[in-house]
Ligand binder design. Sequence first.
Ligand code: F0G
Length: 372
Amino acid sequence: MRMSEVLRQLRQEQQVTGARPRLLDRFASFLPVTDATPRISLGEGFTPLIHARTLGRVIGCPLLHLKVEGQNPTGSFKDRGMVLAVAKAMEEGSRAIVCASTGNTAASAAAYGAHAGMDVVVVLPRGQVAAGKLLQAQAAGARVIAVNGGFDVAFRAVRQLVEEADSAHPVTLVNSVNPFRLEGQKTAAFELCEDLAGAPDYLAIPVGNAGNITAYWQGFTEYRAAGLVETAPAMLGLQAEGAAPLVLGHPVDEPQTVATAIRIGSPASGDRALRARDESGGRIDTVSDDEILDAYRDLARYEGIFCEPASAASVAGVRKLAAEGAIDPGATIVCVLTGHGLKDPDTARREAAAAPMEADATSAGLRRALGW
Ligand code: F0G
């Protein structure tokens, strides 16, 4: 199908509205959308904000809330930004998108690119991408390229590819340096302000390239400037130990990379994350793998929320800061859970799954297995 035909069809579909609003429509007045922007949607956004009563009690923060971004169409927060980045790429007549990724950006780009009828190229650090994320990109028909090295090496190569692109291979970069990505991602801050009927006191969020913390801060400040909320939260950015420490601000050449956490050697939006910290009176801190995995298991067991390990850095950080007395226990806290637990079945099997019991297929057999 020709691109103009795809655009025409999408504009027609704009007239047909389902019960669930489209993110690009719902927040259009805060987004760089025009009449010419195709309002594509895979059902992104409008994710639940859940009051985690049990886990909140356990860690001493009774007003702990969770923004469950794993419930986006491809199972991560990336979809909020990707829907806009891809819509704008279509509007500008682009035919292909490319990204480097530890997996979630790739899965999201592959899905929205497929939906838009575009070519998708994703460049991944070999051997470092969780099984679910890789399969998502492959299933959606993206061209997947594995390279030796970590995310930073892959990102450098992709950036250069885009800079050197000629008219024979025009391509749009959809990493979070694409400004439309962060514009879309800021909508999560709008949603949680609406759910709480105000801004929380703290917003805790995992930090990789620092795009998402930048996007949330932009969202909070825009809602405050528009008079929709009176306050903005203190931003708590949690990095995995082994990433380039933003507190020091210098890049790490070869960040240690395991599936547990997102470790970026040179965070693309590092400066803006530091500004968010300073303007909000927040902090950037680190959490260890063990702290992340404890939070990951507890989220599933106490609250029934299975997130991917990297996401649990937000809860691990709040637990650590609360134990240090650095957080007011009466505060309203929102932890962002950035991705779904099914993304990474290997870590789940290793860290969170008890082996099934064996039993004969009879009630007596079940009773014996259960010790009843
Ligand atoms: N949480 C998850 C589950 C992620 O996949 C990422 C980033 C982050 C947090 C950090 O967000 O980079 O905006 O600070 N994943 C990127 C990717 C690197 O390629 O999917 P950030």
